[in-house]
Design a protein around this ligand. Sequence first.
Ligand code: KDG
Ligand code: MG
Length: 409
Amino acid sequence: MRIHSAEVVVTSPGRNFVTLRITTDDGVTGLGDATLNGREMAVRSYLEDHVVPLLLGRDASRIEDTWQYLYRGAYWRRGPVTMAAVAAVDTALWDIKAKCAGMPLYQLLGGASRTGALAYGHASGRDVPELLDSVRAHLDQGFRAIRVQTGVPGLGTVYGVAASDAGDGGRYDHEPARRRPLPVVETWDTPAYLRHLPTVFEAVRAEFGPELPLLHDGHHRMTPIQAARLGKSLEPYDLFWLEDATPAEDQAALRLIRQHTTTPLAIGEVFNSVHDYTTLLGERLIDYVRSSVTHAGGVTAMRKLLDLAAVYGIRSGLHGPTDISPVGMAAALHLDLAVHNFGIQEYMPHTPATLEVFRTSFRFEDGLLHPSDTPGLGVELDDTAARGFPYEPAYLPVSRLRDGTVHDW
Ligand code: KDG
Ligand code: MG
């Protein structure tokens, strides 16, 4: 079974997605997600100009060999653009292999280890009353674990907080609504955030009790000692995890945080290689691996990463925001179901327009996600619908401190 063609589809049903479709000479198709928020066209070019020509005529069943060929063969390895492209090829080939086997992908990964993957939803509010309403709305939607983000007194728009309560408890969507040719600038103040956040968790625990798993994303904004202090001050509220407390590329920073707090730590959504994790895993400095199939080299690389994490008793918490397409999400769900060291899965439901383009079969029931038993990944792309949503440049925001200094967003 040879690769006959490979095409890149860029579509923008409310936000941009990059998808690779590989077709074999006997007509089997596979999809891979290559979306890199704000840098979509770089991945498209990498795939179209440098990867697709290498794929034509290759044996579609040789997934590991193709992964190594694209990774080692390029000489210039790693990096988000390269690894998103490699991931898309890898995921599409797994989709093809599972379709040919007539099985859902998770069966090829060893079969189900659980009935479904515990998902966490994103509650947010500009203030505490709005946040509590949002938590209630998420519980009503069936979520059994909740990420908590709020506005900070004195600051305007804050990461993770819906700009309005749209009646569904507010929906935060990583900026597609604020599309423009240049990134918007948000003002940030870490001391104000550190003073405020423990009071937020106190209010949430007082309202919803001790059992509900609660998560929080620091989104890379603290210094190690600030993160250590936050972890310590949140200990009474028993978080499931504190995510991305410090800029992720500084693995050694986690040593300092770990020395001061027992709040569980999660990191890795911006990582794209197992090599980004070696200190973190080897020294057990984190509790959850946050990478996505889309950005970390595909199903093949993610499986290896999670198996290495399992050696150290570290669990998965795969990245699942709306800028991971339904194809990337489905790939994550097959892994979630199969690996022993599953922890939790992030789940931001995609918009109806996105689900017109990507026909999914995964389901969310009673707080758990299941990839379905459709052969392959269980997602198909509707080309006609995709063509109705042309690419629009869109960027993530940029943070500046009150004095104008650029900060981590
Ligand atoms: O594109 C950036 C988003 O994927 C990121 O901001 C989402 O931090 C995020 C999360 O935890 O989902
Ligand atoms: Mg995050």
